[in-house]
Design a binder for this molecule. Structure first.
Ligand code: BES
Ligand code: MN
Ligand code: ZN
Length: 522
């Protein structure tokens, strides 16, 4: 999808060369339009044949209540005199909150798909041009036209290939120019974000036989087309040398060889400590010997969505080139039951030296992540964030809206929370009290991999915490947010690429600002 951003007045759009024109109407429009209508009425006597401007059409629609001032109410007008676009779609923003913008665009996209399925070029007029609004619009449009085709080439894809975003011209004043350039910045970031999300969705959606650990490694290597990205893919021999005994034990029941993917995005000076992202890459989770029940087991192809989000973030970084260093680590393997598989009660030695009693082979995510977390320490990261479809319990706790967030240090938790709020990719913090680790005690190893059923997401996080030492660590449990499990929208959501990317850009900007004024420490 090609996006472009332009600045112009609403009424200049009557001649825009486009298939459909979507105007997002908010309540501030109403007053403005009423005024317009009055002046027009007084001048109408002298020039009775002038066609109505777009603003006047909107004013009429609002007046006649064909377009109600409620969020996501829409109206479609065909072949409006004086307007080049075939269809003029009006969608009301209600109070104009970020979520309302998303609902309004989704409603309008529904109308567009139903009534103009051959639309190639859509133009969208945003009545207000904050960077956040621009990005929300782009993200919502990209989401609504996304269709997975890799193993279904016959799928009917959208014809929509170009989206022009129009924002009111901001004038030639210094402030106007500044606002315009910050809108352009936000636009670029939004574009990188939707590309990263699409990449994450693509890999998340692929069935396990089309997204093996080997293929994930190849996908990562493909990202080296961006000059700032370097990738190394380690196989079983190298991983054995690293003594990742816990990771290796999970892969033992599968014929697919494991991969440990190490990605580096170098956007800042070598001396700048990186952020490390660790993504759970279980390409299929049968549960192993602690076999899962059959119902909906297909969804365990999504058990690598953490890994897919890391790939997606790297795609975005490659596109955007922010000034930051980022490391991406992906332990990737299948969790299968067979003669070679790890058994309940087996004790393995992790890379950290800690021994682990495997009481349930279905709690495998934490077993591959713990070795990756140990490995991460060598980068001396300023922050380390793991992303994992880790526990069904997280869906019970938070449903499908918010990802679970765990963090030792408050600033990191706050930065991630706020990045999620801004990007409509929200998370919610859960506690890490030491008492929650009680149940992980084992008579046969330094730790067990599971406790009892209560607070399952927290005990999983407590297990991971044993492997992060003093690092500034956060854990995102995306079991509920990474994919939609039923209905026509079944598939990967591309989350939490928006949250992570926004956090990283914040970090890059903070470092930049600190460099510009070295006296003041941020
Ligand atoms: N990948 C699953 C978690 C999961 C389940 C995510 C369903 C989304 C939907 C994970 O490996 C797992 O099986 N976790 C177990 C842990 C339990 C054995 C302590 C779970 O959640 O049941
Ligand atoms: Mn499992
Ligand atoms: Zn799993």
């Amino acid at each position: 999808m090609n996006f472009e951003l332009k600045f112009t007045a609403l009424d200049a759009l009557h001649s825009a060369n486009t298939d459909a024109l979507l105007v997002l109407v908010d309540s501030t429009h109403q007053a403005q339009l009423d005024k317009l209508k009055k002046t027009k009425a007084s001048s109408a006597k002298s020039k009775p044949s002038t066609p109505l401007s777009i603003s006047e059409w909107i004013a009429n629609s609002l007046h006649s209540e064909q377009l109600q001032s409620k969020t996501a109410r829409t109206q479609i007008l065909w072949n409006v005199p004086g307007v080049s676009a075939q269809a003029l779609i009006l969608a009301h923003l209600g109070d104009g909150h970020e979520k309302d913008l998303k609902s309004a665009i989704n409603a309008a996209m529904g109308v567009l798909k139903a009534s103009l399925p051959k639309c190639v070029h859509l133009s969208v007029y945003l009545c207000d041009v904050t960077g956040q609004r621009l990005q929300t619009a782009m993200q919502t449009i990209a989401d609504s036209v996304y269709i997975y085709t890799t193993t279904k080439p016959s799928a009917k894809v959208s014809t929509l290939s170009k989206v022009s975003l129009f924002a009111p011209a901001l004038g030639r004043s210094a402030q106007g120019q500044k606002d315009q350039s910050s809108a352009l910045e936000a636009f670029k970031e939004g574009h990188a974000r939707v590309q990263g999300m699409a990449f994450a969705k693509e890999w998340g959606n692929r069935p396990a036989n089309h997204a093996t650990p080997t293929l994930l490694g190849k996908a990562a290597l493909g990202l080296t087309k961006y000059s700032k990205i370097k990738v190394q893919v380690l196989g079983p021999k190298e991983v054995a040398k690293l003594q990742m005994g816990s990771f290796i034990s999970v892969a033992k029941g599968s014929l697919e060889p494991l991969r440990f993917i190490v990605m580096q995005y170098n956007g800042a000076a070598k001396s700048s400590a990186p952020v490390v992202l660790v993504g759970k890459g279980i390409t299929f989770d049968t549960g192993g010997i602690s076999l899962k029940p059959g119902a909906a087991m297909d969804e365990m192809k999504f058990d690598m969505c953490g890994a897919a989000s890391v790939l997606g973030v790297f795609k975005s970084l490659g596109e955007l080139s922010p000034k930051i260093n980022v490391v991406g680590l992906i332990p990737a393997c299948e969790n299968m039951p067979d003669g070679g598989a790890v058994k309940p009660g087996d004790v393995v030695t992790s890379m950290s030296g800690q021994t682990i009693e495997n009481l349930n082979t279905d709690a495998e995510g934490r077993l591959i992540l713990c070795d990756a977390l140990t490995y991460a320490a060598r980068f001396k990261p300023r922050a380390i964030i793991d992303i994992a479809t880790l526990t069904g319990a997280c869906i019970i706790a938070l449903g499908h809206l918010r990802s679970g967030l765990f963090a030792v240090q408050d600033p990191l938790a706050q930065q991630l929370m706020s990045a999620g709020e801004r990007t409509l990719d929200p998370c919610w913090r859960l506690p890490l009290d030491e008492e929650y680790a009680e149940g992980l005690k084992s008579n046969f190893a330094d730790t067990a991999n599971v406790a009892d059923r209560s607070a399952g997401s927290i005990t999983a996080a407590k297990f991971l915490q044993r492997f992060v030492g003093k690092m500034n660590w956060a854990h995102l449990d995306i079991a509920g947010s990474a994919w939609k499990s039923s209905g026509p929208a079944k598939g990967s959501t591309g989350r939490p690429v928006p949250l992570l990317l926004s956090y990283l850009i914040d970090q890059a900007q903070a470092a930049d600002a600190a460099q510009a004024s070295p006296g003041q420490k941020a």
